[in-house]
Design a protein around this ligand. Sequence first.
Ligand code: ATP
Ligand code: MG
Length: 584
Amino acid sequence: MLLRMSTLFLRTLREDPADAEVPSHKLLVRAGYIRRVAPGIYSWLPLGKIVLENVTRVVREEMNRMGAQEVHFPALLPRDYYEPTGRWTEYGDTLFRLKDRKGADYLLGPTHEEMFTDMVKGEYSSYKDYPVTLYQIQTKYRDEARPRAGILRGREFVMKDSYSFDLDDDGLKRSYEMHRDAYIRIFDRLGIDYRICFAMSGAMGGSASEEFLAPCPTGEDAFVSCHDCGYAANAEAVVTPAPPAVTASQPPVRIMDTPGTSTIESLVAYVNERFGLGITAADTLKNIVVKVRTPGSDEIKPLVIGVPGDREVDFKRLEAALSPGVPEIFEAEDFARYPGLVRGYIGPQVLKALGITYLVDPRVVDGSAWVTGANLHGKHAAHVVAGRDFEPDGTIEAAEVRAGDACPRCGQPLSIDRGIEIGHIFQLGRKYADAAGLDALGPDGKPIRITMGSYGVGVSRAVAVLAEQRHDGLGLVWPREVAPVDVHIVGTGKENQIEVASGLAEEMEARGLRVMVDDRSGVSPGVKFKDAELLGMPTILIVGRGLAQGVVELRDRVSGTKEEVPVGEAVDRVLLACRPTPQA
Ligand code: ATP
Ligand code: MG
C-alpha cells in the first residue's frame, strides 16, 4: 500500500471539535479519521477506514483460528423474531423501531441472539451436528441514552458478535473458555491494555459472565481489583458481603426532633450532641425514592432503596440491578401523589402500609438498628430495627463501591479504577433456546435443549480505545498492527527532497511495507511535521535538509528517538524498524 498525501482524501484540523471532551474523540476528528454525521453517528474517512479494517482483520483471524464460522445477518429485522424473547419491549427506548410501507414493525438489530438461534434451528437437528460457534462482524444500532465521545459510544457501531451452541453445560464452559482465550489473543495483538472483570452480579467467583475492560480515566465503567488475590469485577457486579445478623435486643424506637439537619453530617452531629447517641454516618439509614418504569408498559412504580448513610446510591449499579426496569428521578409532583412519603424524612417504618416496595443494601441485616427518618417533618427516629420495625422486601446492590472496601473473595482492601468495556463474554444458558424451542435429537431419540453463549467485541469502539490509550501531547500513536501504514515519509520543501521521498516510498512499498508519503508541494515543513505527529504512524522518515549531506532522519513515534541514517540505507533501516525480529 502506498498513500500519497498530495491526493489522499484527508484534511487535518488545528482545533479540537467543539463537542469533543475526551482525547480519542478530539484526535480522531482532528487527524481526519472520522467525521460526525449526527449524535453517535460517524463516517469513516480513508485513514480511519484502514484502521477499522485492521482491527476487523485481527478479530476475524482469531475467531477463525478458534473454529468459529463467519456468517452475516441483516441489520433490518422484522419484529416477530424479538417477540418470543420479550426483547421487542424489554429493550425499551434503546431499540430503533421502524415501520415498512405496509405498516409492519421492524427494528434495527442491537444484538442478534434471536437471529442466530433461529438460523441454527433451521439447519441443525441432530446431536451429531453440535457443537457449533457462529459469528459476524456487523453494524449494530442502539438508541443510546447518552451517546458520547465520538465512536466510543455510538448509536451506530461495529460489533463482532458470536454465539456458541452446545449440548450440555460442560460444552458451554469449553466454548466460553475458547472465546476467553481468543479475546486475550485479540486484545494482546491489538495492543490494548485490558483487565478481565466479573460482570454479572450473583456470579461472584464464577465465570458466567466477564467483561474485558480497558483501563482509562475517561471510561464509563468503574471496576474494582484486589492486588492480593487478583479478583477483578465491574463495580456493577460487586457483591457486598453481608455482616452476620444481630441478635442483641434493642431499645424501643425513639422519635427525635432534629431541626436543620438536612445532611447526614449535620444529622449525625446533632443527634450525638443533643441525644448522646454516639453514632457515625454508617449507623444512619438513608432512604432514596425512585420510580421504576417497566419497558413496554405504562406502569411506573415507586421504589424506596435503603443504604447506610455514609454511602451514595450509585446510579449505574442501581440501573444494572433493576434492569430491564428503568429507574427515574422521583419528582416533586410524584411526592405530591404519595403524601405518606415525607421528603427528607423518609423512614422504612411506613412503607408496608403505603404499599411501596423497599429494598435494602445487604449491610442492613436482620436485627440491625438504625437512625432514620421518622416520616414526620423535622423528625428522625433512633433504634429502628430491621425485622422488628420494618421488613424489607429484599436486598439490592445499589450502594456505591469504594476504594478500600473489603474484597468479596479474600477480605483485603479493593482498589477502584475506570475503564471502557471492549469485550463481553457471557454464558447465556437456555433462555433463547427455550424461547425458540431449539432442540437436538439425542442418541436415544429424546430432544436435548441446546445451551448457548454470547460474546461481543466492540470493533469500532476498539479504535477509540486505542486512540484513548495510545496518544501523547502531539497526537495519535498507533500500535503497528492497527496503524494505517508502517511508515510515514515526509518530503520537506524542495522538489528534489519530495522526489527522493517518493522514490523511497515506492521502493519500500515494493519491499512489502505499507507506506504513506507526504509529497505535497507548497506545504511548509512545520505543517508536515505537525501532521506526521498528529496522524500517529509508528515510524516517520524525514527527507529534508540533511539530504544535501546524504542523510535522512528516522524517527520512532513511540519512543520519540531520532537518528540520522545515510539515504542509501534508509529502506533497510525502515524495514528493520517495522519488522523487528520476533523475540524467542
Ligand atoms: P455498555 O455497557 O458499554 O453499554 P453493553 O454491555 O451494552 O455495553 P454488549 O451488549 O455487551 O454491550 O456489546 C458487546 C460489545 O459491544 C461491548 O463490549 C462494547 O465493546 C461494544 N458496544 C456496546 N455498545 C456500544 C456502543 N454504543 N458503541 C460502541 N460500541 C459498543
Ligand atoms: Mg456488555
